[in-house]
Design a protein around this ligand. Sequence first.
Ligand code: TXA
Ligand code: MG
Length: 329
Amino acid sequence: MMQTERLSAEEVERAVEWLLRGEPVGFPTETVYGIGAPLDRPEAIGKIFSLKGRPSDNPLIAHLGEMGDLERVALDVPQEFYRLAERFCPGPLTVVLKKHPSVPFIASGGLSTIGVRFPSHPVAQALLKGVGVPLVAPSANLSGKPSATSVEAVLEDFEGKLVAVLEGGECALGLESTVLGLFDLEHPVLLRPGRVSQEALEEVLKRRILLPAAGAVPASPGMKYRHYAPKAAVKLFTDRTALLHHLKEGGEKRRLILTSEPLPEGIGEQLPLHGSSLYAFLRYSDKMSAEEVVILCDQAAQKDAALMNRLSKAADVFCGPRSSLLAGA
Ligand code: TXA
Ligand code: MG
C-alpha cells in the first residue's frame, strides 16, 4: 500500500502537481480539512466520492481563490452575493448559486446549483493559487464520520488511500461553513448553520432567511444522511439532572462525557463541550473505544445553532426539549 505524503506548507507545489495529475489531495481550511480535486477533472472528482464512500447525489462545494473565478462556476450571480462576499469572504460561508453549464454533473450531484466558498486559510489560498482552477472539495472524513480538524484526523480515515495531505495545523473554527441557498433570491434558505450566523446574513441581505421545513424534501442533499457519528452511542442532554440520573441508572460503561459545565468527579472522563474541539473529541471517543458519549448542553450551548445542528445529527438519543435543535444540512 502506498504511504500518504504529509506535505508542509512550503511544499504546496507538490500538492499542485498531484492535483494536476488527477489525484485528490487533502488540505486545511479554517473550518475543517477538505479533499480537493480540480473543478474541470471529473475523473479526479469521482475518486473523491469513492474514497469517502459518499452518496453520488450529495454535491460538493467549489473552493475559489479569487472573485474572478466566480464566472466559470456560477450563472446569474445576484448583487446580494457580492454584498455578502464583501463582508464574509474569504471566510466560513458557502453560498449556493445557479451553476455554470461547464460544471461537471458529478461535482454538483446532478443539481442545477453549486455552492461556492472562498477559504481564508493561507495554505488553502496558496493551493488554489497554484492550481489556478477552483477545487471542489467535501470535508476530509469517511462519509458519516466526524469531520477532520487536523492532519492526524485526515490520516485516520485516509492513510494509504490519499496520495498526499497538506499540513495547516488545527482548524481554527472546527465546524464546517455556513451554507446559504441563494438560488431563489426571494427565499434565501439556511441549509447548514455555521460560524457566519443567520442574524449576520439577514442583516446584510436585509431580509428574513428561512430554515428548511422539517419533513419536507431536503433542500440540501446532505440533510438526509446521518453525520458526524462516532462508533459509540451518542446521548444528548439539555438537563443536568436528567444526565446525572442517566449516569446513575445507566450501568458500567466505557463512557466519555462532553459537558458545557463541570459535573461531579468520578462519573467518567469529562471534556469541555466546544464547537472547535467537538470533532476531535468524537474521534477520541472512537480511539478509547467508548461505548457511550454523553453530552450536556447548557443554555448558552443551546443558543449556538451551528453546534446544536452537529450535535443533533451525531446523537442517537435526545433527552430534554428538542425545540432548540435546529434542522439543517
Ligand atoms: O467548511 C466547509 O464547508 C468544508 C470545507 C472543506 O470547505 N466543506 C464541507 O463540505 O463541509 P461537505 O461536502 O462535507 O458539506 C457540504 C454540504 C453538504 O451537506 C451538501 O449537501 C451541501 O453542503 N451542499 C453542497 N452543495 C450544495 C448545493 N448545490 N445545494 C444544496 N446543498 C449543497
Ligand atoms: Mg462533510
